[in-house]
Design a protein around this ligand. Structure first.
Ligand code: SF4
Length: 205
């Protein structure tokens, strides 16, 4: 993490984005995953680079990070596709760090959802959920009973969650769940070109 990422300012707050793994199974069509994987491997300089961040690596980075830097679980992969992500989140919170979460909830189990639901509001700088699109082939979400239950638990517990989606709307099962929570979505997130992977008239460059 320390070699490939530096803290930067986001809306006036200094933030370090954490990529907990290389390779994201969500496979959004607009995300340059293969370019990232090639670039990361090429930087191994003869050594085999770590593809799945370990809790030890995470802890070592947190140790060196100034207290004012928020730790942003986001980066170039779904953070919870690393099975140690909840332990990393806990580790950060136990050290009184403020965190940010950007997640698709893929890889989040019920026990993880309980931890996410319980992050104190004063410890979270941003919490966004990327919801599955209804457009076939845009992303590869697994939408099963556990995913829907996890989503329900988070929506039930938190009022600070920002919801984003891409394409023409969200998956119908998710739309039903949102309706049960009294949530009506408005605009989709404006997709940007992501290293030229998305070409469309409305894309942000
Ligand atoms: S979930 Fe995020 S990191 Fe993963 S493929 Fe989609 S946009 Fe890329």
């Amino acid at each position: 993490m320390a070699r490939y990422s530096s803290p930067r300012e986001i809306f006036g707050q200094i933030v370090l984005e954490i990529t907990t793994r290389i390779g994201c199974g969500v496979g959004c069509r607009f995300c340059p995953q293969s370019r990232l994987a090639s670039a990361y491997s090429a930087r191994g300089e003869g050594r085999r680079p770590e593809h799945l961040m370990t809790l030890d690596t995470f802890a070592a980075c947190v140790e060196r990070l100034p207290a004012y830097v928020e730790i942003d679980f986001s980066g170039f992969a779904e953070p919870w596709l690393n099975p140690d992500c909840t332990k990393m989140l806990r580790h950060a919170l136990e050290r009184d760090r403020r965190v940010r979460v950007h997640t698709t909830l893929q890889g989040v189990e019920i026990s993880d959802a309980a931890v996410l639901a319980a992050v104190p509001p004063d410890k979270i700088g941003w919490f966004s959920l990327h919801l599955p699109s209804r457009d076939a082939g845009l992303e590869r979400f697994r939408i099963d009973g556990e995913y829907l239950e996890v989503l329900h638990l988070i929506l039930d517990a938190r009022r600070d969650v920002k919801l984003v989606y891409h394409g023409s709307g969200v998956d119908a099962r998710v739309e039903n769940l949102l309706a049960r929570h009294g949530i009506q979505l408005t605009q989709p997130r404006r997709t940007h070109t992501r290293a030229g992977n998305v070409i469309c008239p409305t894309c942000k460059r």
